[in-house]
Ligand binder design. Structure first.
Ligand SMILES: [Zn+2]
Length: 408
């Protein structure tokens, strides 16, 4: 989740039906086949917020939002990391309690749909799920504030199946600086370095999306396993602090890591970002409208989905620029040119951010395959970007964990 409604940082783009059909580029049989034959991973998805409503069923197709089982199948998705997320300002026992409730909510959706989804914790689990024709559901905790300063809680999360933790969200936590807050720890505190070491031991991927640049470099120095950015894009194309500089992408890749490209319009497009900055009343207006449509201030799912819709209305009214889905391809291509196809993947931020035109939901993933084929990418490189790189990081993190525990 890239933004915090209450800070007034609602950022977005959008589309009418007409616009969607114009952007719905045709997908070749070759691209479809390749997508469906590949491991396709999405390392960041916020649909979890919707699971908190006991009436929500992942198993049926929804007219709103971006992710459900029918649409994941249609898009050829193999595995998805459901994000466990609460705002940075909630800390301590309350944060732990809410995070555990979200983990249980994901497990509940898996339980309700046993024929189609299976909980996965390893790269092998993901491959096994694909063989069985099921979607692999994985867990990632988005923000170190949810461990309540207690490594035992981190161990409990790992035992529940959590396989990555983003070190911060949009605010600093008690031991790490965020990219969108004022630095107070000079990166990672000593306790924060201990958290990274413990994550290595537990086989939990260190996720450096959201963190301050200094936190990234501290984590890179401490971590014995490759890290990833579960949902970040390239700062060279769009100058957002949440995105990675070319040097960071190179340094992440040099240690075996992967940048999973985020589809959020305000991380993809400089033009969009500039328009928001130029007129702060736009985001204020969007925030106000979100509050009106979602009176329960704890209903994050409503805020996220309505935020996307309202931003689309602003785009349709010409108040914000229209961002095309092909911007995602620009970011992928930039990172590939920088570090090669072994270090780039996909982390959509579906249901937690504002999607570009033509990437409204998970059914549209084969368009990425088509675009990369058209750019002349080899099938093997496309497979890596779609998901093999994510599985490689998972496998390596699992191996390091076993090694640190004195096992083979
Ligand atoms: Zn996020």
């Amino acid at each position: 989740m890239p933004w915090n409604m209450r800070k007034g940082l609602v950022l977005a783009a959008g589309g009418s039906l007409l616009a969607m059909s114009l952007a719905a580029d045709s997908i070749s049989e070759k691209a479809k086949k390749l997508t469906f034959a590949s491991i396709v991973m999405d390392t960041h998805d916020d649909t979890t917020q919707r699971f908190l409503d006991p009436k929500f069923d992942l198993g049926v197709r929804h007219a709103d939002g971006s992710v459900d089982i029918p649409r994941m199948k249609e898009g050829g998705l193999t595995g998805i990391f459901f994000s466990i997320w609460i705002p940075s300002k909630i800390t301590g026992q309350e944060a732990v309690k809410r995070a555990k409730a979200q983990i249980a909510a994901v497990q509940e959706q898996v339980k309700r749909n046993p024929k189609e989804v299976v909980l996965a914790t390893t790269a092998d689990d993901v491959r096994a799920a694909k063989k069985q024709g099921k979607i692999a559901a994985l867990l990632g905790v988005e923000g170190g504030h949810m461990i309540g300063n207690d490594l035992e809680v981190l161990r409990q999360y790992a035992a529940s199946g959590v396989r990555y933790m983003t070190l911060t969200h949009s605010g600093n936590d008690e031991w790490a600086d965020s990219s969108t807050d004022k630095a107070v720890h000079n990166g990672l505190s000593d306790f924060g370095k201990g958290v990274v070491r413990e994550m290595n031991k537990l086989g939990v991927i260190v996720d450096i999306s959201h963190v301050a640049d200094k936190t990234f470099y501290d984590a890179l120095a401490v971590s014995k396993a490759p890290m990833f950015a579960s949902h970040s894009s390239c700062r060279a194309i769009c100058n957002a602090p949440r995105n990675m500089t070319d040097q960071m992408i190179k340094d992440l890749a040099a240690k075996g890591g992967v940048i999973q490209i985020n589809y959020h319009v305000s991380f993809l497009s400089q033009e969009f970002r500039d328009a928001e900055k130029k007129d702060p009343s736009i985001n204020e207006g969007i925030s106000k409208e979100v509050k009106a449509r979602c009176p329960d201030e704890n209903d994050e799912a409503c805020q996220l989905i309505e935020g996307d819709k309202i931003t689309r209305e602003y785009v349709a009214a010409g108040k914000l620029p229209r961002v095309e889905w092909t911007k995602i391809i620009e970011h992928i291509d930039h990172a590939v040119k920088l570090v090669g196809a072994d270090h780039v993947g996909l982390g959509s931020d579906f249901d937690g951010a504002n999607m570009p035109y033509g990437m409204e939901d998970v059914t549209m993933i084969p368009k990425i395959t088509e675009a990369l084929l058209q750019k002349g990418y080899s099938e093997s490189d496309i497979r890596k970007i779609l998901g093999e790189n994510t599985l490689r990081v998972m496998t390596e993190v699992e191996r390091v964990g076993r090694e640190l525990n004195g096992k083979k």
